[in-house]
Design a protein around this ligand. Structure first.
Ligand code: FMN
Length: 397
C-alpha cells in the first residue's frame, strides 16, 4: 500500500485537497495530512481526519512525546510527499530551504519523491520570483504538477488554478520510474563552453544546459551514479549528482576524459565550441582598427575521443542542426563510432536551445526513434530509457 503524505497549504484550492484524499484512498493508498496554519483558515482539519482516517498534523513545536519528532517520523513513513495546493509562500520556503513550520520542515526531511501542485492567482504565478522558485525546485528534483488555466476564485482568468484532483492522482500513481540504470556510472556533459578572447570577452553559444541537467536528474532517478561535467549555466544541479564545473572546451575535454575510463555510459549533451581563439590576450583588447581578425583553431573532439578509447563506455552524442538533420546526425554517428546520437533542430520556433521543450530524432546503428515535442524533463526520462535499452542490448550480445 502506498503511503502518501499530503501537505495542504493556505489557498482557496485547499478544499480540492479533500477530494484528493478521497481519490487516493479509493486507489488503496494510506494518506496522512499535514496542514499549515493558513490552510486551517480555509478548511477544517476535521474534514481531512474524517476522509483519511488518520489524525491531522499541524504543529512542529509540540512537546507531546509522539509528536515531538513527527517531522522525522512522517518523512520516514512517506513513500511520496505531495503538497497540494502549494501556495506561493510554501513554494518559496521550500525552494530556499526555510523550515519554520511542520510542512516546510517535512519537505527538508523527506527523502522520498516530492510533488507540488501550485495554486494561486495568475499574477502571483507569473511573477518572476515565483517562476524562479519553481525552476529551483525542479532543479532540486521536485516534480511540479503544473497549474491549469481558467477562471479563478479572485475573478481573474489565467494560469494558476490547481490541476484537477483526478489529474494529480493519476500523475502520482503512474508507473514508478524504472530503475533501468541501477548500478551504472553515467557521465554527462552539459551546457555551453566559453572560449576567452581576453580577460573580459569570450565566444560562447546559446546552450542553456537544460537538456543535460534534465538527463542528469533522469539518470539519478533511474538508479545511476551520475557525474555531470557542466559548462557555465544558471541552473542548480540536481541532488545526488557529482558536478565538475568547467569553462572552456579544453577544460571540458580534460574533465570528461578523466571520468570516461571509469564510466559505463557517456552522454555528451554539452554544446562544445568547435573552435577557440589561438590566443587569449592577457590584457583587454583595445578598440583601434576599424576591422580586426580573430584566428581560431579547432578544439579537441570530446565525443570522438571518448568513443575512440580502448574500451569505451556506451557513448551517446547530441547533434543540433539547422538543416539536413538526419544526414548530419547519421554521419556523426558513423564517423565518430558512437553507439547512439540524439538529433534536434535548432533555430526553429519550438524546441532547441534555451527552451523548456524539445523533440529528438534518435539514431543508432540499426534503427531510429522519434521522441516528439515535450517537456525536457519527460524527454530526458524517455531518452534515458532508450539509452538503457540499447546499452543492455550491446552488453548482452
Ligand atoms: C482569501 C485568500 C485566498 C488566498 N489564496 C491563495 C492562493 O490560492 N495561493 C497562494 O499562493 N496564496 C493564497 N493566499 C495567500 C496565502 O494564504 C498566504 O500567502 C499565506 O501566508 C500562505 O501560508 P502557507 O504557505 O503557510 O499556507 C490567499 C489569501 C487569502 C486571504
Amino acid at each position: 500500500m502506498k503511503h502518501i503524505l499530503l501537505g495542504v497549504s493556505g489557498g482557496i484550492a485547499a478544499y480540492k485537497a479533500a477530494e484528493l484524499v478521497r481519490l487516493f484512498r479509493k486507489q488503496g493508498c494510506e494518506v496522512r495530512v499535514v496542514m499549515t496554519e493558513s490552510a486551517m483558515q480555509f478548511i477544517s482539519p476535521l474534514t481531512f481526519q474524517a476522509l483519511s482516517g488518520n489524525p491531522v498534523h499541524t504543529e512542529l513545536l509540540n512537546a507531546d512525546a509522539e509528536n515531538a519528532m513527527s517531522h522525522i517520523n512522517l518523512a520516514r513513513w512517506a513513500d511520496v510527499l505531495l503538497i497540494a495546493p502549494a501556495t506561493a509562500n510554501t513554494l518559496a520556503k521550500c525552494s530556499y530551504g526555510l523550515a519554520d513550520d511542520l510542512l516546510s520542515t517535512l519537505y527538508l526531511a523527506a527523502q522520498c519523491p516530492v510533488y507540488v501542485a501550485p495554486a494561486m492567482n495568475q499574477a502571483m504565478w507569473h511573477k518572476t520570483v515565483t517562476q524562479d522558485n519553481i525552476a529551483k525546485l525542479k532543479a532540486h528534483g521536485v516534480t511540479v504538477i503544473n497549474p491549469e488555466s481558467g477562471e479563478q476564485a479572485c475573478g481573474e482568468t489565467g494560469l494558476g488554478r490547481m490541476a484537477e484532483p483526478a489529474t494529480i492522482c493519476q500523475q502520482l500513481l503512474a508507473e514508478p520510474v524504472v530503475r533501468c540504470l541501477q548500478g551504472l556510472h553515467v557521465l554527462i556533459s552539459a551546457g555551453p563552453t566559453r572560449e576567452p578572447l581576453d580577460p573580459v570577452r569570450y565566444i560562447t553559444n546559446r546552450s542553456s544546459g537544460k537538456m543535460g541537467y534534465a538527463l542528469a536528474k533522469a539518470a539519478v532517478n533511474a538508479g545511476a551514479q551520475v557525474t555531470l561535467v557542466s559548462g557555465s549555466v544558471s541552473l542548480a544541479a540536481p541532488d545526488s549528482v557529482d558536478v565538475v564545473r568547467v569553462e572552456t572546451a579544453a577544460e571540458m575535454y580534460e574533465a570528461v576524459m578523466a571520468n570516461a575510463q571509469s564510466c559505463d555510459m557517456y552522454i555528451g549533451a554539452a554544446a562544445v565550441a568547435d573552435y577557440s581563439p589561438i590566443v587569449a590576450e592577457a590584457q583587454k583588447i583595445k578598440k583601434h582598427a576599424s576591422q580586426t581578425t580573430i584566428i581560431l583553431q579547432k578544439t579537441q573532439d570530446i565525443l570522438a575521443a571518448v568513443a575512440g578509447l580502448a574500451s569505451p563506455p556506451f557513448t551517446v552524442g547530441f547533434a543540433a542542426e539547422t538543416h539536413n538533420l538526419e544526414v548530419y546526425a547519421q554521419k556523426k554517428l558513423h564517423e565518430k563510432h558512437l553507439d547512439m546520437i540524439a538529433a534536434n533542430w535548432v533555430g526553429r520556433e519550438k524546441g532547441g536551445f534555451d527552451s523548456e521543450q524539445n523533440a529528438l530524432q534518435v539514431f543508432w546503428k540499426t534503427g531510429q526513434k522519434t521522441l516528439v515535442m515535450m517537456d525536457k524533463i519527460q524527454l530526458a526520462e524517455q531518452l534515458v530509457l532508450l539509452c538503457a535499452e540499447k546499452f543492455n542490448e550491446k552488453n548482452t550480445t
